[in-house]
Design a protein around this ligand. Structure first.
Ligand code: NDP
Length: 324
């Protein structure tokens, strides 16, 4: 038996409770992992609260990421005792996820914990950090360099945003952070932002082209915010779109693309190739402060339900770990 957070469909509501489940209910893969840490992501919060259509099979154990140790393996690439990370691949949506003492997944979905990284540090980084790193790399591959001007990060106090601010600052970029929570201004500056901009400035219908402000941007918000960023991006700049915290629509014009050569880069962490995951994790290992994991809150499975509501109500900042 093992302990897990279980989501059940009850009418149109989602019911979340901690339960003891039987190991033979874990049938998704060929590698059984003892979960040391999972993390609370925006998607997990939507699944647990039932606020978004995340869960594709009921009942569901949420948790789109986890880090832990292999307990049993029928996959030749993994042996008992290996330390591994799982992010994405529909885990926590279609397949039982990381908010449990144990998880069973396909071996090809796992990546090794890089170097001396602990499971706690891996999940303090988690899907949010992987996504932020993929976005930073995408901007660099699009030719954006630190001397070209400021990079805007939106949803900056969130998981993806706060790690993106740190990674960009570490890579030498001038980072401007957009937030709806001005009370965290000082914290954002500590992470490396040189300017903090109020969310209200972006939540307006943009003109087709506005004054050129950003060499690039990492956007976790979408909606009108993304449309406005595009209209303010400099000639030949690039915008990495990775989130929808402010909305899924994108009402823009072709003007930024055809008159300024702006590139819109889509970031997907769920099905990104194993090769890109491994190189992102290697860079993440050395790009964040040594005590990074100690700056995250750690919650139990029981506390994760309240934490999920708090995350969607904008009452958490940075990263939240779940220790089953
Ligand atoms: P968090 O909840 O930690 O952060 C989201 C942040 O967005 C909040 O902290 C807040 O920042 C801002 N925000 C929230 N609501 C609104 C709103 N209505 N309008 C404008 N800004 C808002 O979530 P994550 O960092 O885990 O995820 C961020 C986004 O990225 C989500 O949409 C998530 O689904 C997506 N994502 C995508 C991935 C991919 O593979 N493409 C992977 C991981 C996440 P502030 O208070 O500073 O304004």
């Amino acid at each position: 038996m093992f302990k897990a957070l279980l989501l059940e469909e009850s009418g149109k509501e989602t019911k979340a409770s901690v339960q003891r489940l039987n190991e033979n209910q874990l049938t998704n893969g060929d590698v059984l992992v003892k979960v040391d840490y999972s993390s609370l992501n925006y998607k997990d919060a939507m699944a647990i609260t039932g606020k978004g259509k995340i869960v594709r099979q009921w009942p569901m154990v949420p948790g789109i990421d986890f880090a832990g140790t292999v307990l049993a393996s029928d996959n030749p690439a993994h042996s008992i005792g290996d330390e591994v990370i799982l992010t994405g691949w529909g885990v926590g949506e279609k397949y039982w996820g990381g908010m449990a003492e144990k998880a069973c997944v396909k071996g090809e979905w796992l990546v090794p914990l890089p170097g001396t990284m602990s499971a706690k540090r891996a999940m303090a980084i988690g899907t949010a950090g992987l996504t932020a790193m993929l976005a930073v790399t995408a901007l660099e591959e699009a030719g954006i360099k630190p001397d070209q001007g400021p990079i805007l990060v939106t949803g900056a106090t969130g998981g993806v945003g706060s790690i993106a601010v740190r990674l960009l600052a570490k890579a030498g970029f001038d980072v401007h952070a957009e937030t709806g929570r001005r009370q965290h201004c000082d914290w954002l500056r500590e992470l490396g932002a040189s300017e903090v901009i109020d969310r209200a400035e972006f939540d307006k219908e943009p003109a087709a082209l506005e004054s050129q402000r950003w060499a690039g941007a990492i956007d976790a918000v979408g909606g009108r915010t993304l449309a406005r960023i595009l209209s303010q991006t400099q000639m030949n700049g690039a915008v990495a779109a990775c989130g929808l915290a402010g909305g899924v629509s994108l009402n823009t014009t072709v003007m930024p693309f055809i008159l300024r050569g702006v590139k819109l880069l889509g970031i997907d962490s769920v099905y990104v190739s194993k090769e890109k995951r491994i190189s992102a994790w290697q860079r993440l290992q050395t790009s964040l402060p040594l005590d990074f994991e100690e700056q995250s809150e750690v919650y139990t499975l029981d506390q994760s339900i309240t934490a999920a509501h708090d995350l969607l109500n904008g009452q958490l900042k940075g990263r939240v770990l779940i220790q089953p």
